[in-house]
Design a protein around this ligand. Structure first.
Ligand SMILES: Nc1nc2c(ncn2[C@@H]2O[C@H](COP(=O)(O)OP(=O)(O)OP(=O)(O)O)[C@@H](O)[C@H]2O)c(=O)[nH]1
Ligand SMILES: [Mg+2]
Length: 405
């Protein structure tokens, strides 16, 4: 089954490009440490999920949306290298001017004005899938277009494709903040997505930045470095795997398989990803990994909030009491190496890790709201104080629910 990716705003488009590039590079890698047959099955499964073919060229199953043309044009030309993959030139929507970090502008002005055209592009992409697993929507939560228009579009997708799954990849802003109203934008995005999306896969810029600095030893970290780490993580989650019971066929429904166990209750939708190992490409050839060592580290990461043998993950103490052990944890595998790592492991989990950052964002937004700072920039475009209050209420409830687990 296929996944249609919707890339929104600067952040969504820059990350989307790196994700497709990582998926493509990995699938083309001949050094898969497995049989030729396994490798071919893996490549075919990856292609079905994320690419379609036109005249022998893999075309990303993606729709690119931004309100200013610059980033989209850059990504289209970066993707058009000979012998690699491409975006569909027609699967893009842009205008002349962005939302200037104003969520209300993205949501209330660009949203209603352009939703129909964008939905048409999405529909064309959906029609090119034999069967649809769902939508993967990439956006920042703190900007104007990706977050405001992104929230609006996710709602539309929910209305028009209520049976298809929607997973939003959301980028949490740096805590120190580049934009004064980022906490307003974030609470508005999160509260709206909580109503219309099935799962929110969260990446914090601060956390990924740290991975670049400490594990990858990157100097002068750019968004590109951050996005490549992110793309590696997403690739390791979305590339094909076998379930434990069946080692002949790759799992077919990338979003459904993932969400079936991870989002069993609508109050708990925030997912985090951890992958190991993660290191610079130059040190890769000199490193050896054992499964025991990798899984032990992953488990420690889960416990210390920063997985010994797989049995370690079956420990009921790790999970909430209302989930049976069989539902709480599932393991998928493949003998095919991912992205030249002979052995690697990724963990997607739904837990309390985001309580603190969420509580912090809600608190900062509330402090600004209490003095009515910048509110007129939102009411000017139809986002009223009531809407803010609704967002606060919803998110405080989410924080309380996670705390009570
Ligand atoms: N990880 C990552 N974060 C990004 C990137 N670009 C922007 N951001 C983050 O996204 C937020 C700003 O959102 P943008 O995506 O730039 O905004 P936009 O959707 O283009 O909206 P407007 O420009 O306001 O129309 C900030 O929190 C940035 O830290 C990127 O390439 N990678
Ligand atoms: Mg922009």
């Amino acid at each position: 089954m296929a996944v249609v990716t919707v890339q929104l705003g600067q952040c969504g488009n820059q990350i989307g490009f790196e994700v497709f590039d990582a998926l493509f590079t990995d699938s083309q890698c001949s050094q898969g440490f497995c049989s030729k047959r396994e490798n071919e099955a893996y490549q075919a499964s990856c292609t079905e999920r994320f690419f379609r073919e036109e005249n022998g060229v893999p075309i990303a199953r993606a729709v690119l949306v931004d309100m200013e043309p610059k980033v989209i044009n850059q990504m289209l030309s970066k993707a058009a290298q000979p012998g690699r993959w491409k975006y569909d030139q027609h699967a893009r929507f842009c205008q002349k001017q962005g939302s200037g970090n104003n969520w209300a502008y993205g949501y209330s002005v660009h949203g209603p004005k352009h939703a129909e055209s964008i939905m048409n592009l999405i529909q064309k992409e959906v029609e090119k899938c034999d069967s649809l697993s769902g939508f993967f929507i990439i956006m920042s939560i703190a900007g104007g277009t990706g977050s405001g228009l992104g929230a609006f579009l996710t709602q539309h997708l929910q209305d028009h494709y209520s049976n298809a799954l929607k997973m939003n990849q959301i980028i949490w802003p740096y805590g120190t903040g580049e934009v004064i109203v980022q906490n307003y934008n974030s609470i508005l995005t999160l509260s709206h997505l909580y109503r219309s999306s099935d799962a929110l896969l969260v990446h914090e810029n601060d956390a990924v930045h740290k991975i670049c600095a400490k594990l990858m030893s990157t100097k002068q970290i750019s968004f590109r470095d951050i996005n490549q780490v992110l793309a590696h993580q997403l690739g390791s989650v979305f590339q094909p795997t076998h379930s434990a019971e069946c080692s002949f066929h790759y799992r077919t429904n990338p979003l459904g398989d993932l969400m079936e166990h991870l989002v069993p209750h609508p109050e708990f939708k925030m997912l985090g990803v951890r992958t190991i190992p993660q290191m610079s490409e130059t040190s890769l050839p000199y490193s050896t990994f054992t499964w025991n060592g990798l899984l032990k580290r992953l488990r420690q990461m889960l416990i210390s909030n920063a997985k010994m043998d797989e049995e370690g993950f079956r420990d009921p103490a790790l999970y909430t009491s209302w989930l049976g052990p069989a539902d709480a944890f599932s393991a998928w595998k493949t003998p095919r190496a991912f992205n030249r790592y002979e052995r690697s492991a990724a963990l997607v989990s739904n837990g309390q890790f985001f309580v603190r950052p969420l509580d912090a964002v809600v608190g900062k937004a509330w402090n600004m709201f209490a003095s009515k700072a910048y509110i007129h920039q939102y009411t000017k475009f139809g986002i009223e104080e009531e809407d803010f209050l609704d967002s606060f209420t919803l998110l405080e409830q989410v924080v309380a629910s996670y705390r009570n687990l």
